[in-house]
Design a protein around this ligand. Structure first.
Ligand SMILES: C[S@@+](CC[C@H](N)C(=O)[O-])C[C@H]1O[C@@H](n2cnc3c(N)ncnc32)[C@H](O)[C@@H]1O
Length: 249
């Protein structure tokens, strides 16, 4: 037993869900859990078993996941890794566009393990100017293995081509691929419709100076779908340069 209790193979502690967990999981996850009690891992203390070392909150859990991800080379920051973990910690299908050397992949692999979600990472591993070492499927696998993790399915292709073959409903989508305006627009057009109601779509490099394409494409999309009388997506939040939207209809 480690300091956190009887951690499972993922490092998380399996406990039974309780109502008070609405603070740290979304309503859809809670509803699912009511149907399948005890079916997933949660970090709140199990009722009637105080002091079992399971007092770890989602804040601590996401901190631990983000700390591990910082050992993997990449571009998302610690605060963004925590945010990403909290957003991706859900059932269903997680999809990541742009994994490079695997840092965000390592965050999402940990988040996926909580509810046994599937994770698909898409990247053609293009050579980026100025990049000392370009990513590859092998590098991602090696980097994750070095911290005791495994990536999910790796689709080595462009996100546009992947969208044509990926048919499943997505519960969490992280877009961090080609940041040119046209490409971000295309990613939104290809992938936003695959996100299920209650699912979340997040973008990296929103408002990042010198990367205007993300802000332009995301803002245009937001303005195009925004209707105060018929809300279809809600702004979920923003941490550093990562912005997230939740689909409500
Ligand atoms: C900013 S990096 C991703 C950083 C990564 N998420 C991390 O945590 O460090 C962008 C990645 O997007 C990939 N990419 C470029 N064009 C793409 C496309 N059309 N579809 C999917 N990925 C693409 C690049 O190969 C690169 O690895």
């Amino acid at each position: 037993m480690d300091a956190l209790g009887e951690a499972g193979p993922t490092g998380f502690i399996p406990v039974h869900v309780q109502e008070s967990c609405t603070d740290c999981i979304d309503a859809a996850a809670l509803e699912y859990t009511r149907k399948e009690p005890g079916g997933f891992y949660l970090s709140c203390p199990p009722q009637g078993e105080p002091g079992r070392g399971t007092e770890m909150t989602i804040e601590k859990e996401s901190k631990r996941a983000a700390l591990l991800s910082m050992k993997v080379p990449g571009q998302i920051r610690f605060t963004e890794a925590r945010f990403l973990y909290q957003l991706g910690r859900r059932k269903g299908n997680l999809v990541e566009i742009g994994c490079l050397h695997g840092r965000s992949t390592s965050v999402l692999a940990q988040a996926a393990a909580v509810f046994n979600a599937s994770l698909t990472s898409i990247d053609p591993f293009y050579v980026t100017p100025g990049m000392k070492q370009q990513g590859s499927a092998e590098i991602v696998k090696r980097n994750l293995a070095a911290v005791g993790l495994k990536p999910g399915k790796l689709m080595v292709m462009e996100s546009h081509a992947a969208a044509a073959v990926y048919q499943d409903e997505v519960s969490f989508l992280f877009i961090d691929g080609n940041h040119d305006y046209e490409h971000v627009r295309e990613d939104i057009a290809d992938w936003a419709g695959k996100v299920k109601v209650t699912g979340v779509m997040a973008f990296h490099d929103m408002f990042m100076p010198h990367i205007s394409g993300v802000a332009q494409a995301v803002t245009e999309w937001w303005l195009s779908i925004f209707d105060i009388h018929n809300v279809t997506w809600k702004l979920e939040g923003m941490t550093d340069f990562t912005i997230a939207f939740r689909r409500v209809k």
